[in-house]
Design a protein. Sequence first.
Length: 563
Amino acid sequence: MQQRYDYIIVGAGSAGCVLADRLTESGENQVLLLEAGGTDKSIFIQMPTALSYPMNTEKYAWQFETTQEKGLDGRKLHCPRGKVLGGSSSINGMVYVRGHACDFDEWEEHGAKGWNYQACLPYFRRAESWQGGEDNYRGGEGPLGTCNGNDMALNPLYQAFIDAGQQAGYPQTDDYNGYQQEGFGPMHMTVDKGVRASTSNAYLRRALKRSNLTLVKGVVARKVLLDGKKAVGVEFEKRGSVQQCYAVKEVISSAGSIGSVQLLQLSGIGPKTVLEKAGVEVAHDLPGVGKNLQDHLEVYFQYHCKQPITLNSKLGLVSKGMIGTEWILTHKGLGATNHFESCAFIRSRKGLKWPNIQYHFLPAAMRYDGQAAFDGHGFQVHVGPNKPESRGTVAITSANPHDKPRIEFNYISTVQDRQDWRDCIRLTREILMQPAMDEYRGEEIQPGMDIKSDEAIDEWVKENVESAYHPSCSCKMGADDDPMAVVDETCRVRGIQGLRVVDSSVFPTIPNGNLNAPTIMVAERAADMILNKAPLPTQDLPVWIAPQWQEKQRINSPKRKLG
């Protein structure tokens, strides 16, 4: 390993693998990629159906947790982050959601100049190879394989959920990542020929074939080395030995919404009070580092199923063995999907221009760790509001890089956030009570039909809500006159030369969907900025907005209305 490189990237995750690939593509730059974790070659990572395993394993994920959350009556929530090649793209649920077009227009309104939808769309397309082929919205030649799973053909419950949504008065959408996000339709996933399409598989594998990329695994980044107000390298630890490497051009933190905050603060870049309390010398007082933290919460809305057609019958050792064997031999069957094959995006109230509630439909009733919640057959939707008002913080508690930071999301801390959850529970029950579900729907397992009043819903949500594992926005991008902006519109850290942050922490606001797709897009776009390449031409394409969104919560009246 040499001591000097053109670029040093900290974190081989969703963004870091993209950057490692794009910055080495021309052969001109020497790039060092540092990663805390190790290999991602485990079958439990590569086989899509095994998704609950890596997320709950110390070897593959930082097992962070929140402080006692006041809005959840003091509960602490699990906050795993990828610690393996591919980062969180190697441990996530493989759901591919770009977000609504208006999310990116909102970024620009919040000071992220040039990050509107028309500018971001070409980078979503550059990243992707969509199973259905290229069109104006979807990419056909990118490294990231995306698909529909098994096309919903294996279970009638997927289509029944979509039909129920239409009966409840919502539109159908053929492609929520294209012209129309709002509505019910098939769900897309980062699975390529039956294998998890992590950024390690999609980008890093090909980049490692180049002699100008050096990957070092099993390291703990201690700090960014500064010469005054200029980043000149990184200090890291490997097997107890502290080493330093230097960057001729730039240091790039792609350590994620927790890790990038931790690295900046350990380097003396962050809010003065946080740094002083942790015993870190202040190099640059930057108050926004670790602020503006956002996340998605979700609950499992579960029903018994009257027909023996759900995945609950596939949880025994024999069934799992057969599924695993078929996948090993063919990369097909139930092992080749995350099982979230239909979904929805709806608005919870009139006056919202774009959706704020997301559904993942699962033809099983089980916990996220893959354990059955009860005997018999069942189905569930994972659902929650996607545009929370609540904001939290990440802060180091000491100068020791091995100490976990303090994470407080401040969940459900506003009046509107509480109301969004009440709406969410009531609208979900109404959807699942539509005629399309009649031949399948048994008793409501949870919340339970007695959970109806505002007070009962508030209490049930506080007791049962879980993180959807989408921490973001903690090093937000913003304008020069925004004192809380950590990076500018080119992802450069304000006030520090030669240092950028490129990951989901730079989002100004959390998008309406899962984070992997927009994180990859940000890295694709930032790579062009780092290399001083001309940006891809903007695409001025239409986007579907509900025609009477100011006056109506949905487009039609429901066939069967509750209450």
